[in-house]
Design a protein. Structure first.
Length: 712
């Protein structure tokens, strides 16, 4: 297992204790998730997005659905930081055909559905008598034309439609994640909080579906899923769920059915040789009534779990052609429904503790192909319930997989003149200095306070572009060498710039039609995928860097555009305004958002070109632009840099310094800035700098700028 490294953008509270892992926590994928077949175990390298591009998101207080979708689709490692509050999600986020991704939470990150069940809804359902209705027959056709086969669901949906005046039943999609056809995925240290279970045939908190395979879900909390908390269906396979909690709260109304494996008895749909899942070190807690788990077809391994779901109506439920191995679990007081089966292939029990009377049935022998280590069932309660290192989102180092924290060489921050650098790879960072910078101050702070930084080498501004280098030594002596790529501010667009993608494409049409890198689509467009602009097969537009899957229409007519799931990186100067001309690819496929640095600056559902503007904030020298594969880009226009951002390299006698007096001829104000760019003094024609607190400043007189020293 490749070692993961914490990102520099993973900023956590200084008060956060560095909790150690439980002695039984392997801190790496195991079980079915690491198998390549039903007979070959521990041979699949489930590494998620290890070594890839990283992004951190914090909540903006609104609907985060599109921003999370964009981050997960365009980055390898996504850190959801709860420091700014909960991540509210309006509808389940569908991730399709993704590979090699890691999603983790820090600072108590919570993903919460926007919709939730209220007391008013419960009262309306009680008035109709839903709780006394059948869940196996009856039903009818709803006023929106939907057919429902069960009385309970029929009257629940009809009541909520009328109460909420929502005949589209948008509330039924109140889930969080859906993983469809995905592979090599890691999800850790997150709280998933749903609307409360209600029988509407709605979304799960997390749905694993359509052949998703090699998935490790670890140290997460699942609470109040509308349909299920975590369901695994439709030929999904090789999944491990470890150190997680499952529970329901007062939001629950009905259908507290936590975990389903295999959604029907149709083997051709569900997959007779799929649905193999390991459940280890989990807690099924308050409010869980059923499906802990319920399984069809797969080989299910349930070990070292704690059941404290008092008053449950069912527990482990083995159904058609499933095999279940149940080992060293602890079933607490009040948990009377332990196991049931219907047409299961085999089931066996070993070393469990039952606080209520239970006779273990046995039918056949169940084997798994991977190695695993059990601990005694009488330890399960204390181990899993620990508030420090038990189940749930208790991890201090969610990205440090397969390594002890004492070997941690990662950084909690790397700053240049007080501004965070951008992480490129595990040990590689980059930073472009703003125009006003006249010195370089690099500060590297290890995440583990017992790690040390040494051998810091920083170039001068005159030497740029150049690299700063340093070494981090971990608590146990492990060392890592870091490189910080430093480049001077990009000043080539001070007078503005226009990127016209019709022109870009037209100059390249002959090359594209003859280059095997590009796929001619037969309609005048060409398509290719790449990770860097150099792979395009032609020179990119000046100083725009692009990566991803791109379609280009090289027509010189008004239809010329770029389109695709790609990202553009554009050099900018603070204070400039960028105007984007773009459109949707369809009038019938909903809204698409134009994102700059993962914030929406505009949206469209029309094929008619529209514009959106973005003003570059302080200390930003490059922006990341994307909007998914549903947008066309026609033009980007950049305004001239404002005067305050322009450094003149040609000074004249109008600007002079005599001792500690700065004089500026003409009718110009004088401004003094510290080395971080903050204005600390302002005058007219002349200004004394004698009593200023530092030695070195930036002084501007009109468009002229000088670096001065007050130390004589």
């Amino acid at each position: 297992m490749t070692r993961f490294v914490l990102s520099t953008i993973m900023i956590m509270s200084a008060l956060l204790c560095h909790a150690q892992l439980s002695k039984y926590d392997l801190n790496r994928p195991f079980g079915w998730a690491t198998c390549s077949s039903m007979t070959s175990g521990d041979d699949y390298d489930l590494c998620g997005g290890d070594g890839g591009e990283i992004i951190k998101l914090t909540s903006n207080g609104g609907d985060m659905r599109n921003l999370i979708w964009d981050a997960v689709n365009n980055y390898d490692i996504v850190i959801l930081d709860g420091a700014e509050g909960d991540f509210i999600v309006s509808a389940s986020i569908s991730f399709k055909n993704l590979k090699n991704k890691t999603i983790v939470g820090v600072n108590n990150a919570r993903l919460c559905t926007q919709f939730f069940v209220t007391d008013e809804m419960k009262a309306a359902l009680d008035e109709v008598g839903v709780n006394n209705m059948s869940s196996n027959g009856g039903g009818g056709t709803l006023s929106n034309g939907q057919k429902v086969a069960e009385d309970g669901e029929y009257y629940t949906r009809m009541t909520l439609m009328e109460l909420l005046d929502d005949h589209n039943e948008t509330y039924r999609n109140a889930g969080l994640f859906s993983l469809s056809g995905c592979e090599n995925i890691i999800i850790r240290n997150l709280d998933f909080i749903g609307p409360g279970p209600v029988d509407v045939g709605g979304a799960d908190l997390v749905t694993v579906i359509n052949g998703t395979n090699h998935l490790w879900i670890d140290h997460c909390n699942f609470t109040d899923g509308m349909d299920g908390n975590l369901d695994i269906t439709v030929k999904s396979d090789f999944v491990t769920v470890s150190w997680c909690t499952f529970a329901y709260t007062e939001r629950a109304y009905a259908h507290q059915f936590s975990n389903l494996i295999g959604g029907s008895e149709d083997a051709s749909t569900q997959g007779r040789d799929n649905l193999n899942v390991t459940w280890a070190n989990n807690i099924w807690g308050a409010g869980c009534k059923n499906r802990m788990p319920m399984a069809r077809f797969g080989t299910i391994h349930v070990f070292n779990n704690y059941y404290c779901c008092v008053g449950n109506s069912a527990g482990i439920n083995a159904r058609i052609d499933s095999e279940v191995l149940i080992e060293h679990n602890y079933f607490g007081e009040g948990v009377k429904k332990i196991f049931s089966q219907s047409d299961a292939k085999a089931y066996s029990f070993k070393g469990n503790i039952y606080k209520e009377p239970f006779s273990e049935p046995v039918s056949g022998k169940v084997n798994v192909p991977y190695e695993y280590t059990l601990y005694a069932a009488d330890e399960v309660l204390d181990i899993t319930s620990s508030k420090v290192n038990g189940t749930g989102a208790t991890l201090t180092y969610p990205l440090l997989i397969g390594a002890d924290p004492s070997s941690d060489t990662s950084l909690s921050s790397l700053t240049v003149n007080g501004v965070e650098a951008t992480q490129v790879t595990a040990y590689e960072y980059s930073y472009r200095l703003p125009l006003k910078a006249t010195a370089i101050n690099v500060i590297a702070t290890p995440y583990n306070s017992k790690a040390t930084v040494s051998n810091m080498s920083v170039p001068s501004i005159d030497e740029l572009p150049a690299d700063a280098t340093f070494t981090v030594t971990a608590e146990n002596g492990t060392t890592a060498n870091f490189t910080l790529h430093l480049t001077p501010s990009n000043s080539q667009f001070k007078e503005g710039k226009e990127w016209d993608f019709k022109t870009w494409g037209a100059t390249s049409i002959e090359m594209m039609s003859n280059n095997e890198v590009w796929n001619a689509m037969g309609d005048g467009r060409f398509e290719t995928s790449f990770s860097e602009a150099t792979e395009l097969g032609f020179e990119e537009t000046e100083s725009i860097t692009v990566s991803g899957t791109i379609r280009i229409n090289p027509s010189r007519s008004t239809s010329g555009y770029l389109q695709g799931g790609f990202t553009m990186y554009i050099p900018v100067i603070e204070g400039q305004t960028l105007t984007f001309t773009y459109s949707h690819t369809s009038n019938s496929k909903g809204t698409r958002y134009l994102l700059v640095n993962n914030e929406s600056i505009g949206s469209t559902s029309s094929t008619t070109p529209t514009t959106a503007t973005y003003t570059v904030p302080t200390d930003v020298t490059s922006i990341r632009v994307n909007g998914g594969d549903g947008l066309r880009y026609y033009m980007i226009e950049m305004s001239a840099a404002p005067e305050s951002s322009i450094v003149s390299e040609h000074l004249d006698n109008d600007f002079c310094i005599n001792g500690n007096i700065v004089r500026c001829a003409g009718n110009h104000p004088i401004e003094v800035f510290n080395m971080l760019g903050a204005r600390i003094a302002k005058g007219h024609k002349q200004l004394s700098v004698e009593n200023l607190p530092h030695d070195i400043y930036i002084v501007r007189c009109g468009a002229q700028v000088r670096r001065i020293s007050t130390h004589r």
